[in-house]
Ligand binder design. Structure first.
Ligand SMILES: Cc1cc2nc3c(=O)[nH]c(=O)nc-3n(C[C@H](O)[C@H](O)[C@H](O)COP(=O)(O)OP(=O)(O)OC[C@H]3O[C@@H](n4cnc5c(N)ncnc54)[C@H](O)[C@@H]3O)c2cc1C
Length: 454
């Protein structure tokens, strides 16, 4: 009898309780789920090849790191449930240890194994681990109530000590693991590292280098609150989201590093605010666990569920395509969408605005926007993505939140540097570059703000 240790969503050696949890014969495994990368929702692919490539990089780096401890990592590509079932049969495994997912699809994929296989799900990617676990039915639906319930004595579970294989653990070696890879060669074309000028922060090593730089060496964290609303740049925000989404960085480790920085160097509004944003992430994770598949209803967590796929008229279809391509004629929207398409990321301010524009100005079902973000974002995370989209639409943990694109553009890109950089075809100077293209429909409430562009 042996145990599979599924390292999906925990692609790290540091603060990884999954590695410490088992004893006896252990097999470390990662399964890249085919449907998550090649499946479709509402006619859109669920991921792009760049995210696949980045995820492979993070997995291969973990494989190397484990090899230094003489532990092999079995790599599999296919349907998660049947792949794990087949592997369990092959290796005579009766137990599976895995990170407890938040997404209902991932949760269901693991639950289907229960019965012949004993599941041990460990919530290793939340700030509140087992000892501080929340009662899901009592998690407030408003962020402020959620935060206040936990402040001022906010206690977060501590990271676990560095992983050292114990004598009662008998891991498959790298050489033995080689015999159990399956279908991984189907991914050969997607394996080669991208040559992006600024590589995204995805692997465990890259995440820790970024943490050292952002927090300790260059101390950008001390200005986070003032810079976090910028639209582009290297240090305006932390850029930890992709590594957090893949679990190559532990949120508890990150939290602990901020606390240590506050104790050893300085605590200010900005250091607090980075923790505040990690609490938003936490909030959406518990909300996803609370309402599960309701997040994919057109009405979100409010009213009667409606799981009918979005329906678009021909005109809406054209508008949606223009939004995706960054060709709506509203420079602030287009610049942000082109940044997403080129880099796989977008600032939080940009995300809020393009989402608002799609939902409230183009009147398109918010779930299509969420699905397009799911496809493009390198930091895609189910709870944060669908929770934020529903929030702006008014179907989540808030009333609807329409933004005025011109007002926002003037506040966050006052000289139009960002839009002119992203849209080289613009010839207008200074803030006048925010003027919508001729013939672009303009909501009445923007008219007063358009005068500010004269
Ligand atoms: C429509 C929309 C969709 C989004 N989709 C995602 C997504 O798929 N994955 C994702 O990680 N974030 C998502 N966010 C939240 C946020 O925009 C990103 O986390 C942030 O921009 C990532 O950059 P950063 O790591 O530099 O963030 P920082 O500003 O440095 O924040 C630090 C961390 O706090 C968390 N955080 C910050 N803001 C939020 C927020 N609003 N909601 C939840 N967590 C937050 C993230 O883990 C982030 O890495 C979305 C926001 C919106 C408005």
């Amino acid at each position: 009898m042996s145990t599979l240790v599924l390292l999906n969503q925990a692609l790290r050696l540091r603060d990884n309780p999954l590695l410490n949890a088992g004893s006896g014969t252990l097999h470390a495994v990662v399964v890249l789920d085919k449907a998550q990368f090649f499946g479709k929702q509402y006619g859109l692919y669920r991921a792009n090849l760049w995210r696949l490539n980045q995820q492979i990089q993070a997995i291969l780096q973990l494989q190397q790191a484990l090899a230094t401890k003489q532990i092999g990592l079995i790599l599999r590509f296919g349907d998660t449930t049947s792949t794990l079932q087949a592997l369990a049969n092959e290796l005579n495994a009766t137990t599976l240890i895995a990170a407890e997912p938040t997404s209902p699809h991932e949760y269901a994929a693991l639950q289907q194994l229960a019965g012949p296989i004993t599941l041990t799900l460990i919530d290793c990617n939340s700030l509140f681990g087992a000892a501080l676990r929340l009662d899901i039915n009592r998690v407030p639906d408003r962020f402020t109530a959620f935060r206040k319930n936990h402040e001022p004595l906010l206690q977060v579970s501590l990271p676990v000590p560095p992983f050292i294989p114990r004598s009662e653990q008998h891991w498959l070696t790298p050489q033995q693991a080689e015999h159990h890879h399956a279908n991984w060669s189907a991914l050969d074309d997607y394996r080669h590292a991208s040559s992006a000028a600024t590589p995204p922060i995805i692997t465990e090593t890259a995440a820790w280098q970024r943490l050292q730089q952002y927090i300790w060496q260059e101390q950008h964290i001390l200005h986070y609150k003032e810079t976090r609303n910028a639209l582009q740049g290297e240090h305006y925000a932390s850029f930890f989201s992709s590594a957090l989404a893949l679990g190559s960085l532990s949120t508890r480790d990150l939290w602990q590093q901020i606390v240590e920085f506050e104790q050893q160097v300085q605590a200010n509004d900005s250091t607090y605010w980075l923790k505040f944003e990690l609490l938003w992430r936490e909030f959406f994770r518990w909300q996803m666990r609370k309402y599960q598949s309701r997040w994919f209803s057109q009405t979100g967590i409010k009213g009667q569920p409606n799981f009918q796929p979005p329906q678009l008229t021909a005109t809406q279809r054209r508008k949606f395509a223009a939004w995706c391509a960054g060709q709506t004629g509203i420079p602030f929207v287009d610049a942000n969408m082109r940044l997403l398409n080129q880099s796989g990321l977008m600032s939080n301010r940009g995300r809020q605005n393009v989402a608002s524009y799609l939902i409230h100005d183009l009147a398109i079902d918010w779930r299509l926007g969420a699905a397009y973000f799911e496809q493009r974002l390198l930091d895609y995370e189910c709870a944060s993505n669908w929770g934020n989209w529903a929030y702006i639409a008014g179907y989540g943990n808030s009333e609807a939140r329409p933004f005025n694109m011109i007002k926002q553009a003037l506040a966050y890109d006052p000289k139009a540097d960002f839009v002119r950089h992203m849209l080289p075809e613009l010839t207008a100077k200074d803030k006048t570059a925010h003027r919508p293209q001729a013939n672009t429909p303009i909501p009445a409430q923007w008219h007063n703000w358009l005068k500010e562009l004269d």
